[in-house]
Design a protein around this ligand. Structure first.
Ligand code: CA
Length: 521
């Protein structure tokens, strides 16, 4: 009996050790490779793993199906450069210094690639950087200047200008695969940052006829009247008034007076088109001339708005088809080389995006669709296929999570949390967060700076510069955030409670309220 018990305990211990070894590779001998794929402005509404009504994305979905899908992933500041800086540092904008798109990222500070390098990783970034300063912490970098171009784009390869032939999403993927192929003998950390589907969503020529026969339904909140919504009342990112007929809708009409013409937009558009080869230009002109013929038949503002929404969606989704193809190329490469098993693959966007919700395109606001971001991670050694997480996860958590998965202790000054215990379904040492803090600063497009708190049920937002006002949404009863209930008597106790929690989060994250109080009139 004793022998049997001893044997049983021995086997139990052995199986636990094996399980442990399987879940947590030894930090020194078996470090995982990491490929961090990030799109720019990819809405979760346009990913089939999230139940998209618009598009199938089988390759992106593979990451979620073979790994974990985060159903409640959010960003701390929903705009391009700030989100990238949060991911690199694991710190909120007020601490990493990158509050808006008009700032230079301070590359002297501690970043994720620098830490990986210290632990013997080879590090690289290819594609969109958009942090203006020279990348630091990377052994190899080949980045688009600023926003970059879609067709035959210019890159800055380790400081040197280089023009590549082809479509930007294909080229960035080629660079990534080539770099891995040359460096796969040692653990690597690769940031693979796409430009697509960022405005103005120029699709690959081969997909110009996709979605022509699909009629996209307007989202529920498209005609939000902005009543009692101080932030939404002053912004210029509506599909109704702020898309440009040439730049966004790509209608070849220089004299159309009906829709907004931004001073800069036609010039940017022409520059992009000038990059096409003569043969590509013929295909392009033919495709968009057909759209112009439809446009000529429209009469009312409502018809034009509907048409512009349709056009926006077509080109946006065509860009995503190419993204999905290229994610598939990376996954196939990992399969073919046998790297898949020991490689962590992340797919996410720098933030979410409005596809007509509240009548908007773009991002920036704390309203759900751009506050959230798609996020998924595959790591066959440690994450069970088909895992789904509903906990609040932030872009702030990316750096500590990737370090933790690689067996590296995240630095104490990172403000995010490692989600490894959630992924492994381990008992948590401390309770996971059940509320999240947001702070957006940039005033471009007539936006208003705001901060707020999101709990499971509520979103409380304080718009403070240049106008002042509060908004509260009861997401359980109003998931589309149509009614601001901040002033309703029955919500006053909730308001008081949420404000106390908001204050506590500002203290926790060292976001000093005296730095952003509403300006006195
Ligand atoms: Ca972005």
């Amino acid at each position: 009996m004793k022998i049997k018990t001893g044997l049983f305990l021995f086997l139990l211990l052995l199986s636990q050790q094996q399980l442990f070894a399987q879940q947590f590779p030894s930090p020194k001998t078996d470090r995982p490779n990491i490929i961090f794929i990030m799109a720019d402005d990819h809405a979760y509404q346009a990913i089939s793993a999230y139940g998209s009504k618009f598009i199938q994305t089988p390759n992106i979905d593979r990451i979620a199906h073979e790994g974990a899908l985060m159903r409640s992933a959010y960003v701390t500041n929903s705009v391009c450069s700030p989100s990238r800086a949060v991911i690199l540092t694991g710190k909120y904008s007020h601490l990493n210094g990158m509050k808006d798109n008009g700032t230079y990222f301070n590359g002297a500070q501690q970043t994720l690639p620098k830490i990986f390098k210290q632990y013997g990783y080879q590090t690289a970034i290819v594609g969109k950087w958009h942090l203006f300063s020279t990348p630091t912490g990377f052994d190899y970098w080949n980045i688009l200047p600023d926003q970059g171009n879609y067709y035959h784009p210019r890159f800055i390869k380790m400081g040197k200008d280089t023009v590549y032939n082809g479509y930007v999403t294909d080229i960035i993927t080629d660079m990534a695969i080539n770099w891995i192929d040359d460096n796969k003998s040692k653990p690597f950390f690769l940031m693979l940052h796409h430009k697509a589907p960022h405005r103005n969503a120029m699709p690959p020529i081969k997909y110009l006829d996709k979605f022509n026969d699909v009629k996209f339904l307007l989202p529920y909140s498209f005609y939000d009247d902005y009543k009692n919504k101080v932030g939404l009342q002053r912004q210029s990112i509506t599909m109704k008034n702020d898309l440009d007929i040439r730049y966004d809708t790509k209608i070849p009409c220089d004299t159309c007076e009906i829709t907004k013409i931004n001073n800069w937009a036609p010039g940017e558009y022409k520059k992009e088109l000038a990059g096409l080869t003569p043969a590509e230009r013929v295909i392009w002109d033919k495709a968009y001339q057909k759209k112009y013929e439809i446009f000529k038949t429209l009469h009312t503002k409502a018809e034009i708005t509907r048409f512009q929404y349709q056009r926006y969606m077509e080109d946006y989704l065509r860009c995503i088809m190419s993204l999905d193809d290229n994610v598939g190329r990376v996954l196939k490469y990992l399969d073919k080389t046998g790297l898949a098993k020991n490689t962590i693959v992340v797919y996410m966007s720098d933030q979410g995006f409005y596809l007509g919700e509240h009548g908007l395109y773009d991002k920036r606001f704390m309203y759900e669709e751009s506050f959230r971001t798609p996020m998924m991670i595959r790591y066959p050694k440690a994450i069970k296929a088909g895992t789904q997480l509903n906990q609040f996860i932030l872009n702030l958590d990316v750096a500590p999570t990737l370090l933790d998965l690689a067996g590296i202790k995240p630095p104490a000054d990172m403000q995010g949390e490692s989600i490894k215990p959630l992924l492994n379904k381990k008992p948590l040492v401390k309770k996971w967060r059940d509320e999240i803090y947001y702070h957006y600063y940039e005033l471009s497009f007539n936006l208003t700076a705001h901060y707020g708190i999101r709990t499971k049920q509520y979103a409380l937002m304080h718009f403070y510069n240049p106008v002042d006002g509060w908004e509260l949404y009861d997401l359980k009863n109003d998931p589309h955030e149509m009614t601001n209930v901040y002033d309703k008597p029955e919500y006053q106790a909730t308001v008081t409670d949420l404000k106390a929690h908001l204050k506590a989060l500002q203290v926790k994250y060292q976001d000093d309220e005296k730095d952003f109080l509403p300006k006195k009139k």
